[in-house]
Design a protein around this ligand. Sequence first.
Ligand SMILES: CCCCC[C@H](S)C(=O)N[C@@H](Cc1ccccc1)C(=O)N[C@@H](C)C(=O)O
Ligand SMILES: [Ca+2]
Ligand SMILES: [Zn+2]
Length: 303
Amino acid sequence: LKETATTGSGTAVNGSTRPLNLDFSKGKYSLIDLTHSGRIETYDAKNTTTTYSLMTNKTKYFTSQTQRAGVDAHYNADLVYDYYKNKFNRNSYDNLGAPIYSIVHYGVNYNNAFWSGEVMVYGDGDGSTFTTLSGANDVVAHELTHAVTDYTAGLIYENQSGALSESFSDVFGYFVDPGDFLIGEDIYTPGITGDGLRSLSNPEQYNQPAHMNQYRYLSNTEAGDYGGVHSNSGIPNKAFYNTVTQLGNSKSEQIYYRALTLYLTPQATFTDARAALVQSATDLYGAADAQIVASAWDQVGVY
Ligand SMILES: CCCCC[C@H](S)C(=O)N[C@@H](Cc1ccccc1)C(=O)N[C@@H](C)C(=O)O
Ligand SMILES: [Ca+2]
Ligand SMILES: [Zn+2]
């Protein structure tokens, strides 16, 4: 049936108002963004893990409490789409305009968000450790970057390649939310201000290693976080911090995007990532900047 692109607005997780790109058809408004290829559709699992339906509303104003999760998932997905398009001319995660699907209210008190291989999925959090995870633009950028990674480097989600996958997702989370070096601060521990789930500048603050001599050899199982992908990401995250504080955001994002999309391969190790980033810096900006990248990784014990 005919879809009609229109605009409206909605209430965000933090209570602010977000502009929304909507579809109007069959007498109701839905969270479908038709403004560019890489259309964005946002669904509601209604606290199940098995069924979901498009989030719709009678009017163009999505202002109810339960709609906030969808408002931010929809708004932040468009923000991240625009980031990849404007900075790298990438048209969605596959660079071919693939539709971007999100599901909110996944499960009950679910303290996580993930890329399923097809869709982005967001829990509501338990209200103590996390609040609604789609409310943070760095979380949405983290998850959509996993989709980009799957279509490019294909980093295998275990051990060092998995820690790199996690790190690249945190790095582009930073680039989309460059105000601070915290990850997830907008939705982590709503009762505590100023903290985050991870820190790029000081990974140890949240019990992550920041040097190879602190690498965690955990089991490659779910219980071992697949070889500690969320722990050992502290090492490449710190190398990123060492890089971006010297080269700045504009050069760093181009270097990281080139490494992810042109040089990295599924089984990449930390040493491979260092080489890919040094090569990317050389390609784009020359030997002096490449040396800054090399030094950034020297400082975390990766050669
Ligand atoms: C299904 C279980 C595995 C989930 C892995 C996803 S990709 C992931 O890494 N999720 C992020 C969510 C996030 C991102 C940024 C800021 C806050 C939270 C993540 O870091 N999850 C942590 C809680 C984890 O799984 O340990
Ligand atoms: Ca942040
Ligand atoms: Zn992740």
